[in-house]
Design a protein around this ligand. Structure first.
Ligand code: SF4
Length: 450
């Protein structure tokens, strides 16, 4: 099915409902790829649609369980578009120089590339079709209409957790789904957590996404589009997106080429213009790709550490069997020594009885010695079928205090969005057959929930 550009249809829908323009919701003026069943769903979901005034998208979705969805039943979801135009150039797949070359190769002046770039990524622009662009020459607009594909994802659904965290579901080609999380913060910061793959090959034992296995890598456009759509949907309500973390579905550095390209688009001065130190790529420890990342971008790096011995890490993060703690930490020290004022974030999910002892805390201080860093201590977010148990508050505090006493910079991160499975390690939906559970070292059997 061919994806639809929504704006014209939505405008028509609201005009059918006899709404004055002032009462047409902001989001209706934004064109997205929706399936036509959306309109029927909207009529079902919002029977009293006339008579409402301001109507931000989120206000129709805010809910506590059970969730209210934009699309009302699963048969609607199954009917969402799965085909994307094959004969068009996906504009967001290109970094700026490539866009310039493409514009020139199509017989237009290079300077038009900058104009297009600003319409794609500039603040409050984020256009989804050539029809929305104003002030460009007719022949250039025609070219974009005929050959340019502005989108890369199909918006499927939005869930809002009690704490205001939003989880956006997008369809990608071949019927796969990815999840993007928007995390508002009361200190004027809004973070978008983007996915880089459908599923993940790393099989970290505490992670729901890991149980899916890897389905596919996302393209540059599919990664960038998550941020663009989040900006379009939520900037008016939540303020500008200030931070991006690559901590959604997937191991970003397993898709290193597209992740570096997407990160470079996100920090481009004339487009999305995020500060490089506000764009953080997380890795489970793929050492060669980590070296490449450090050399090719100025973005921030987070390393998901989660254990202080190879015995435990080999079990809970099997990537350690290839790149063990010594190899990982040596590579980090080497790469960071060439960077000025650079600090690595170490992520450490505390699992009761597995990695949260005071001996672990002391080992951690030795492990990170010589690496300029900040440490984020995270609560384990339980999910269906998980046998790990979150550490108690007391144990987390004792662990943190040991690190602080050793002079480390430590933050305790609260879970966000866990009632909507939007928290760290909870994204995705495993299908049978799941990635295999690994053998539990005998001494940890008693620490797991039965
Ligand atoms: S924690 Fe990250 S790297 Fe590990 S399985 Fe989950 S998504 Fe993949």
């Amino acid at each position: 099915m061919v994806p639809l550009v929504l704006s014209a249809h939505v405008r028509a829908f609201f005009s059918c409902m006899s709404l004055p323009k002032s009462q047409v919701p902001m989001w209706a003026l934004l064109p997205f790829r929706f399936h036509p069943t959306f309109f029927t769903s909207m009529q079902n979901t919002l029977p009293c649609i006339t008579g409402f005034a301001p109507f931000p998208l989120s206000s129709c979705c805010i809910h506590t369980a059970p969730s209210i969805q934009l699309l009302t039943d699963q048969s609607d979801l199954a009917a969402l578009p799965t085909q994307f135009p094959a004969n068009k150039v996906v504009l967001k797949n290109m970094i700026y120089n490539e866009l310039e070359d493409w514009v020139e190769s199509m017989g237009h002046k290079k300077t038009r590339a900058m104009m297009l770039w600003r319409w794609l990524y500039g603040r409050d622009k984020w256009v989804e079709s050539a029809d929305e662009i104003i002030g460009i020459k007719k022949d250039f607009k025609q070219l974009l209409q005929d050959t340019g594909d502005f989108g890369a994802l199909a918006l499927q659904n939005i869930y809002v957790a009690k704490d205001g965290t939003r989880k956006i579901l997008f369809g990608v080609e071949e019927g796969s789904t990815i999840e993007t999380v928007v995390i508002p913060c009361d200190r004027g910061r809004t973070t978008v957590c983007v996915s880089s793959q459908v599923g993940c090959a790393m099989n970290c034992q505490f992670c729901y996404t890991g149980r899916m296995g890897l389905k596919k890598n996302l393209s540059t456009a599919q990664i960038v589009e998550q941020l663009v759509v989040a900006s379009r949907l939520f900037s008016t309500e939540l303020g500008p997106i200030t931070n991006v973390v690559f901590m959604g579905m997937g191991e970003p550095l397993h898709n290193v080429e597209n992740v570096i390209r997407a990160a470079n688009i996100m920090v481009d001065l004339h487009g999305l213009h995020l500060s490089p130190n506000k764009v953080t790529i997380s890795t489970s420890g793929l050492v060669p790709q980590l070296r490449r990342f450090c050399r090719e971008t100025a973005c921030s790096l987070a390393v998901s550490l989660n254990a202080t011995t190879d015995e435990v890490r080999n079990w809970i993060m099997p990537v350690n069997r290839k790149y063990n703690l010594h190899t990982l930490m040596s590579a980090l020290k080497e790469e960071i020594s060439c960077k000025k004022d650079f600090k690595v974030f170490f992520e450490y999910v505390l699992l009761s009885g597995i990695n949260d002892s005071l001996e672990d805390a002391i080992r951690l201080t030795k492990l990170v010695d010589g690496v300029p860093c900040k440490i984020n201590l995270l609560t384990f977010n339980p999910h269906k079928g998980a046998s790990f148990v979150p550490s108690s508050k007391e144990q987390m505090l004792a662990f943190r205090n040991t690190l602080i006493d050793a002079g480390l910079l430590v933050f305790m991160r609260e879970s966000r969005g866990d009632d909507q499975m939007a928290a760290c390690g909870q994204l995705g939906e495993p299908v049978v057959p799941e990635a295999p559970r690994l053998r539990v070292p005998a001494r940890f059997h008693s620490a797991l929930a039965v």
